[in-house]
Design a protein around this ligand. Structure first.
Ligand code: MN
Length: 240
């Protein structure tokens, strides 16, 4: 049986082809999987579970029906959808995960994380993250009207796009020391994450042990999935 991992779909009603691909993926591949893990940024933006965006309904229904057909589904927050909460979990049947999660696959312990916490060279982003992950900031934000929240989210997104365009690309990749420290702290030799939109498999020495970092890709032009089966892991592209 396969265990499937995806991230960075950035689903948005303005990009229906990604949504269609995700719906097909849940109906076909994922419905026979042992489990589906979504490692953040399923949505391009999520301003609260009370935002009943009609474009999101098919996505919620697809996750709920996946659960009904017997595939447990796990959701980890990304930097775009960190406000996904209990109401979403109840509507979809997804179990919400903390920002680090260890899963056991065969005889391997694998650490899952979205990936933004590994990008410690990007100091302005880490500061912004600390602000928006503060429970007080979130409570104040969620108390605002949907219109106000949408305006704030659009503003943050515009600022982030400008900042990203100005930053050298290596700043927005993971910091190798942070990767190694995180893996040591969780006592794993395999790390699986998304966020950087740089799909790949990296092998390196971690205190004398061969370590592996697997990076999922984004779903803008095509899909990206890690499939874990009896033979180990496979990083695959899903054509559209
Ligand atoms: Mn991200």
């Amino acid at each position: 049986m396969n265990t499937l991992f995806i991230s960075d779909l950035h689903l948005d009603s303005e990009r229906p082809s990604s949504i269609q691909q995700f719906l097909r993926f849940t109906e076909e591949e994922a419905s026979t999987a042992a489990a589906l893990y979504i490692l953040g940024d399923l949505f391009e933006a999520w301003i609260g579970d009370d935002d009943t965006h009609p474009g999101y309904e098919p996505i919620i229904e697809a996750l709920a029906s996946l659960k009904l057909r017997g595939t447990p589904c796990f959701f980890m927050h990304g930097n775009r959808d960190f406000l996904v909460g209990k109401r979403f979990a109840a509507a979809t049947g997804c179990q919400l995960l903390a920002e680090h999660k260890i899963v056991e696959l065969g005889d391997k312990r694998v650490l899952l994380t979205h990936g933004d916490l590994l990008c410690t060279d990007d100091k302005p982003y880490m500061d912004l993250r600390a602000t928006v992950r503060d429970p007080n900031w979130q409570r104040d934000f969620l108390a605002k009207s949907l219109e106000e929240r949408r305006a704030i989210a659009d503003d943050l997104r515009d600022k982030s796009q400008i900042a990203v365009a100005e930053k050298p690309p290596e700043i927005m990749d993971v910091n190798q020391q942070t990767v190694e420290a995180t893996m040591c702290e969780h006592e794993v030799s395999i790390l699986l994450h998304g966020h950087t939109h740089r799909p790949g498999i990296h092998h390196f020495d971690l205190n004398g042990i061969e370590a592996t970092r697997i990076v999922l890709g984004a779903w803008y032009e095509q899909g990206s999935v890690v499939r874990w089966d009896a033979n180990g892991f496979h990083l695959e592209t899903l054509s559209r």
